[in-house]
Design a protein around this ligand. Structure first.
Ligand code: ADP
Ligand code: MG
Length: 254
């Protein structure tokens, strides 16, 4: 395992623990990800992956331990504060305004990030919000759907809107919790190509959990294996697939 104190570390946890009553869902996790990397977190059901994401994104406060984002402590910060500092978690539909258009959904998110935006803001600020919205639509291949109402779109495209909402805030780091779960084969391929595209962007750090082992192997440069809330091991996709302990605990556990 590499040293976690280098300059390029974007997100870091130290002894992070989350308990729900007597259950320890995340147990003393010391972990980090470097800028621009795509890192996966895998492990059997109930390993604590979603809880880890919910804690690092500020959805739940940790029970103990620390977290740093871009060198700044975020341990006690709320989700919207952490989002402003550059870390966003994608949601499956829950952030979408169903009756608004695709364009408006993304624009509202882009606008939120514009710190100078207010009723009296200059036309140039609006131009930059619109420009960012256009960029995000283009990047996700949603330009043709821009004027359609979110509710009328198929599931796969709604997931893309969710990613668009995250991207519109111009984050440093995006978390994806099982982004292809429950999708049709076509939807999976579409989503995979979106993820591949984002993963190739050196200014974006991606952390992803996914049951689909092939997807993880194709996408991630590094993998952390969680087991019963603790880090079992970390390594490259090749190292992880060859790891006997991982095969026993993770692959055998599915
Ligand atoms: P994974 O995403 O790896 O499947 P989770 O993080 O969802 O695992 O769950 C880890 C453990 O924490 C499980 O035992 C789960 O039942 C429990 N858990 C998750 N969220 C909550 C919650 N909000 N309240 C109580 N227990 C929870
Ligand atoms: Mg989960």
């Amino acid at each position: 395992m590499s040293d976690t104190t280098t300059d390029s570390v974007v997100l870091q946890t130290r002894d992070l623990t989350k308990r729900f009553g007597s259950l320890t869902a995340v147990d003393d996790v010391t972990w980090s990800v470097e800028a621009g990397k795509t890192k996966a977190i895998i492990g059997p059901n109930g390993a604590g992956k979603s809880t880890f994401f919910n804690v690092i994104s500020g959805v739940f406060p940790p029970t103990s331990g620390e977290m740093m984002l871009n060198g700044e402590p975020i341990t006690k910060k709320k989700e919207h504060e952490i989002a402003r500092l550059g870390l966003v978690k994608t949601y499956q539909k829950s952030n979408i305004y169903g009756e608004s258009t695709v364009f408006d959904n993304i624009r509202i998110a882009a606008q939120t990030n514009e710190t100078t935006f207010n009723m009296w803001s200059k036309a140039s600020d609006l131009t930059s919000v619109n420009q960012r919205t256009e960029d995000v639509l283009e990047r996700l291949g949603l330009s043709e759907e821009r004027d359609r109402t979110a509710d009328e779109l198929p599931h796969g495209l709604q997931r893309k809107i969710e990613i668009g909402i995250a991207l519109a805030t111009d984050p440093d780091i995006i978390l994806f919790d099982e982004p292809i779960a429950g999708m049709s084969e076509d939807g999976r391929q579409e989503m995979l190509s979106v993820l591949q595209n984002l993963s190739n962007d050196p200014s974006l750090t991606i952390v992803i959990t996914e049951h689909d082992f092939d997807l993880v192997m194709n996408l991630a440069e590094e993998i952390t294996v969680l087991h019963q809330g603790s880090v079992l091991t970390e390594g490259t996709p090749d190292e992880i697939s060859a790891d006997k302990q991982v095969q026993r605990v993770y692959l055998g556990g599915e």
